[in-house]
Design a protein around this ligand. Structure first.
Ligand SMILES: Nc1nc2c(ncn2[C@@H]2O[C@H](COP(=O)(O)OP(=O)(O)OP(=O)(O)O)[C@@H](O)[C@H]2O)c(=O)[nH]1
Ligand SMILES: [Mg+2]
Length: 430
């Protein structure tokens, strides 16, 4: 279902969904339309049905299926995009009854991710998720529309099934091969990651809904009190899923304290499970983080839904009970919203505003350096490597070179205190 190569016109589709009176139905339908646009297609019409039961066979009730066929013919559209993930047989039944093509929400999200993937790692992750999605959906003919005309004769079916098994085996093999390739790529990327460099610097991870402003916040923090440096910047853009990789950067503050900051892929409602699963390594930084900054677009009327989806997705990847700053971004676009202001763990700000970024830095510092202790360490010259490590990574207050070794006063994290325990002379809160 790719765009025609012969014309520059966007493929027109109808978006359709069944409401089981869930409160976020309208919002997920609007979001479906945005995903359609993100996939370079155009919404020609919207069809919805209210239902308190789920129709197992065709997702919609039968009257609605006829209506869809009529509207699609009138609109001259032959692709219907659905608001949920359907079973392979539901899609087959719908296509059989209407002679139209149906794309469910999962397939659409996979296509958007596929179009956006730039790096080898992201491409492999998306490809694996796509194949997993296709696995139960492939048909011997390779084209689901052909199946409806296929003869149901026993002999044919037998032959078809073995071909089907063969196709599935090929896909499974391909998934295994791609997974192995991904493992190798995972090992080589992300050289700045804390896991690889073994630094004790605190790790702060930006998480949140797609397009909330995570990358813009990261760039704001990178340029905090500095000349703009383009080479360290991450890609930010007004589009869904601009970021599909994880970037980690070191942020150095004026008082010699530093932390690592990571930016990663954004979330969306009903993010396919396979996709979340295959993006696990990309999301590893969020799991390892000492603190999360959840970026929320407070100017979007649906920000509460977005916050809930983010929390659910974090749970799904096993990120629970992490200290969190709720960063209500794009305050400049919300009428009557004062900014920058801090209320407990919440900050109202704009990632494009320097004063806001300064306040965000203050909040991050309060959070991450709260249990640091000012510590005096005496490190013998025979352990010069340790001295170098501390001077490189820690927040140094004073250093002296005495007869017995390097005498360093530094503000150390609990992890550093444990690591350098044997060199401690004195410690106090700072
Ligand atoms: N007016 C305004 N626009 C903002 C602000 N923060 C971000 N934006 C814009 O919002 C759009 C999305 O920003 P990104 O930083 O790319 O969003 P993201 O959360 O990284 O999105 P994904 O990578 O797609 O998940 C960009 O066009 C930004 O310029 C803000 O505080 N105010
Ligand atoms: Mg981004």
């Amino acid at each position: 279902m790719t765009e025609s190569k012969l014309t520059f016109e966007k493929t027109r589709v109808i978006v359709a969904g069944v409401s089981h009176l869930q409160p976020d139905f309208e919002y997920t339908m609007q979001e479906l339309a945005s995903l359609v646009e993100a996939n370079n297609m155009e919404v020609a019409d919207t069809i919805t049905q209210k239902s308190d039961t789920v129709s197992g066979a065709t997702y919609f009730g039968s009257g609605k299926v006829t209506e869809i066929k009529e509207i699609a013919n009138a609109d001259d559209v032959n692709i219907i995009v659905l608001n949920d993930e359907l079973t392979p047989s539901q899609i087959r039944n719908l296509e059989k009854e209407t002679k139209l093509s149906f794309m469910d929400r999962t397939e659409l999200i996979l296509q958007v991710f596929s179009n956006r993937a730039q790096t080898k790692q992201a491409k492999l992750q998306v490809e694996i998720a796509k194949l997993q999605y296709q696995l139960p959906r492939i048909h011997p003919s390779g084209n689901p529309l052909d199946q409806q005309s296929a003869s149901g004769g026993l002999a044919n079916r037998g032959a078809g099934e073995s071909k089907l098994e063969l196709d599935r085996r090929v896909i499974r093999k391909r998934i295994t091969a791609l997974r192995n390739e991904l493992k190798t790529v995972d090992k080589t990327v992300d050289v700045q990651s804390r896991r690889r460099t073994n630094t004790t610097l605190p790790l702060v991870s930006l998480v949140g809904y797609t397009n909330a402003g995570k990358s813009t916040t990261m760039n704001g923090l990178l340029n905090f009190n500095k000349e703009d440096s383009e080479d360290r910047k991450v890609f930010e853009k007004n589009m869904l899923f601009a970021t599909l990789d994880t970037s980690v950067r070191r942020i150095d503050l004026e008082d010699n304290s530093s932390f690592l900051l990571s930016d990663t892929v954004g979330f969306v409602s009903k993010l396919p499970h396979n996709l979340v699963e295959s993006f696990k390594t990309t999301l590893k930084e969020a799991q390892d983080a000492d603190i999360l900054i959840q970026v929320i677009d407070v100017s979007d009327e649906h920000w509460q839904n977005m916050l809930e989806v983010t929390e659910q997705t974090l749970k799904e990847i096993g990120v629970v009970d992490k200290p969190m700053i709720y960063a209500f971004n794009k305050a400049d676009l919300k009428k009557g919203q004062q900014f920058p202001t801090i209320e407990g763990d919440n900050i109202y700000y704009s990632a494009l505003d320097k004063k806001s970024i300064a306040l965000l830095v203050q909040l991050i510092k309060q959070k991450i350096f709260a249990d640091y202790k000012q510590t005096e360490l005496l490190i013998p010259y025979s352990d010069q490597k340790i001295t170098e490590e501390i001077l490189r990574n820690s927040q140094i207050v004073k250093k002296e070179f005495t007869n017995d070794g390097s005498l360093i006063t530094a503000n150390l994290s609990p992890k550093e205190l444990e690591k350098f325990n044997k060199y401690i002379e004195t410690e106090s809160s700072f």
